[in-house]
Design a protein around this ligand. Structure first.
Ligand SMILES: *Cc1c(COP(=O)(O)O)cnc(C)c1O
Length: 457
């Protein structure tokens, strides 16, 4: 199975050609979703005792399976948070796989981890965190948020024996990403939500803290602010929240999984003032830093606290901690042990293009959101729900009911034209169904936006 023969060489050429074609293509197709049963009917059984053969399986992939996917980097994929990995990064993702590097410990992955750390230095420098702050790449924002909550909770428990038997409590707003609530479940801590999807301000936060019962106040150990809400691109009052956390002695986590890329953009950097006072920050390079999936990052002000929470012990692991194996061990700072060096594609892309290009590409996303905002204001069929924020635009089609948005989404998807999905926006106590653009891809054009708006008939 592991031998080198002529079949393998031919297969490698085919696969490489496919990858080269995909990387150099300027046109992408939005695949049509198919039911599981439809896909099964097309490809049949593929996992058999004898195997169906690489050539056959690869043809199934090219003819049927790839066509049932929506590439995240299609310029008219403006749903959720899309992606736009650079060609250099995608290319180096292949190199990363081919190099078989175990990225948990320096002893095995020094060269790869060195490169990851070079990229991480740049990301940390964008945050303005003090000397000593650093981070590691994770599988995504969810894993980064989980790693941060665990670190915060362990730190809180280390402060006072009474906390060891208490269930922790964190405060965030309803604008926070779903992963905060999901990961709080994993850690078994309660979440108190400030009931506004608009910018989380100090007044609201302080009031929430002041209204806690004495027991709740004892259990409260962290506040999670959002640096660019996923739904609307809203940045909480990061500086004001920092002051409250300092006064109340609470861990301060900023979830900038989506918005973190905008730290590189001079036009909006001031909106993040105060992020440099955080105890931990989540940023997803696979969102707005043009990395391929999957690549998140968790950054800590004090790396030692993360190490206390996450470092794994085992007789088989002792050698990694030996002086002779000296170096930075990414596994010590997040939940994963074995990991690919997933920051490597970002390193290669940054090294290739330089950080100025990153700045320009992020600025383009913000510019596209503003252009879309203007086009919406000038189009009599649609109107803005709120002003564009970062690269998110919420807008409504006048007179449309929720099912009209859903139908429109499916129609555009089925035609292979665009992927733009509905969302909800909280107005008072009610939720209104609206549409939303999120711009990441600098290849999206004004014409793309115009065509999408024109399809809302
Ligand atoms: C996307 C997102 C997450 C989750 O990140 P994944 O990489 O999908 O795990 C968390 N927080 C925010 C604000 C996000 O936008």
């Amino acid at each position: 199975m592991h031998k080198i023969d002529i079949d393998l060489v031919e297969m490698t050429m085919d696969v490489m050609k496919y990858a080269i074609d995909r990387i150099s293509a300027t046109k992408r197709e939005i695949g049509k979703p198919k039911k599981e049963s439809e896909l099964r009917a097309l490809v049949g059984e593929t996992i058999t005792e004898k195997g169906v053969g690489g050539e056959y399986a690869f043809n199934l992939w090219k003819q049927h399976l790839i066509k049932a996917n929506v590439p995240a980097d299609h310029p008219r994929n403006l749903a959720f948070v899309p992606a736009a990995p650079t060609r250099a990064a995608v290319m180096f993702d292949l190199v990363t796989s081919a190099s078989s590097i175990h990225g948990a410990y320096w002893m095995e992955g020094a060269g790869g981890i060195f490169c990851e750390n070079e990229a991480m230095k740049w990301i940390v420098s964008l945050t303005g965190l003090p000397e000593g702050a650093f981070g590691v790449f994770t599988s995504g924002g969810t894993a980064a948020n989980l790693s941060a909550i665990v670190t915060a909770r362990e730190y809180w428990r280390s402060l006072n024996d009474k906390n060891k038997v208490e269930k922790g409590l964190i405060i965030t707003s309803i604008g926070a990403h779903s992963s905060i609530k999901a990961m709080a479940k994993v850690v078994d801590v309660d979440v108190l939500l400030v009931n506004s999807e608009e910018r989380l301000e100090t007044k609201n936060l302080q009031k929430t803290i002041d209204n806690l019962t004495e027991h709740q106040r004892q259990r409260l150990f962290a506040v999670v602010a959002t640096g660019g809400t996923t739904n609307a691109g809203i940045i909480d009052d990061l500086d004001g929240i920092a002051t409250i956390c300092e006064k109340e002695k609470l861990w301060y986590h900023v979830d900038a999984a989506y918005g973190g890329g905008a730290l590189a953009a001079d036009s909006v950097r001031h909106l993040f003032n105060g992020i440099e006072k955080a105890d931990s920050i989540t940023i997803d390079p696979h969102k707005w830093m043009f990395s391929p999936y999957d690549c998140g990052a968790i950054i800590y002000k004090d790396m030692e606290l993360a190490k206390k929470a996450h470092s794994q012990e085992g007789s088989y692991l002792d050698i990694f901690k030996d002086e002779g194996a000296h170096g930075f061990n990414p596994t010590d700072y997040q939940i994963q042990l074995t990991r690919r060096v997933r920051g490597l594609p970002l390193w290669f892309s940054l090294a290739t293009h330089g950080t100025n290009r990153y700045k320009e590409a992020v600025e383009r996303g913000i510019e596209l959101a503003n252009i879309a905002g203007k086009m919406i204001e000038e189009n009599p069929n649609v109107e803005l729900v709120r002003a564009p924020s970062l690269s998110c635009v919420l807008f409504r089609r006048k007179g449309w009911k929720p099912e009209d948005y859903t139908h429109w989404t499916y129609e555009n998807h089925k035609k292979g034209f665009a992927l733009v999905t509905p969302t909800k926006w909280k107005k008072g106590d009610a939720f209104e169904t609206v549409s939303r653009f999120c711009f990441i891809n600098p290849d999206t054009t004004e014409k793309d936006i115009e065509m999408i708006l024109d399809s809302m008939v």
